[in-house]
Design a protein around this ligand. Structure first.
Ligand SMILES: [Zn+2]
Length: 106
């Protein structure tokens, strides 16, 4: 395998941001761009509709997930949404918890 320069999505950000921010940015962008698998039909056609809202372009299945990834450790919250809680509200809750818990994983 040829040697690859470590560039990636942060190229252009310069040195204004610390490595933690940069690492986080890479993670977020990478997760956002990845095609996600639909929990209903199994096709990797799931795209982010808005923060915490994911939609499958194959079967139109819409569900609440993480702010940047459809499946999170907070799947419990998403399940609650399926039981009738407003999806927007749940998404907001997930996004809030995610942004605060993410810090600890760095
Ligand atoms: Zn689907």
């Amino acid at each position: 395998m040829p040697k690859m320069k470590k560039v990636g999505p942060t190229r252009g950000l310069g040195v204004r941001y610390g490595s933690t921010v940069r690492k986080r940015y890479i993670k977020v962008i990478t997760e956002l761009r990845k095609p996600h698998r639909c929990p209903q039909c199994g096709f990797t056609r799931v795209k982010r509709e808005s923060v915490g809202i994911w939609k499958c372009s194959k079967c139109e299945y819409t569900f609440a997930g993480g702010a940047y990834t459809p499946i999170t450790k907070l799947g419990v919250v998403a399940k609650r949404a399926a039981k009738g809680a407003p999806v927007e509200e749940t998404a907001k809750a997930v996004a809030t918890v995610e942004s605060t818990t993410e810090e600890e994983t760095e």
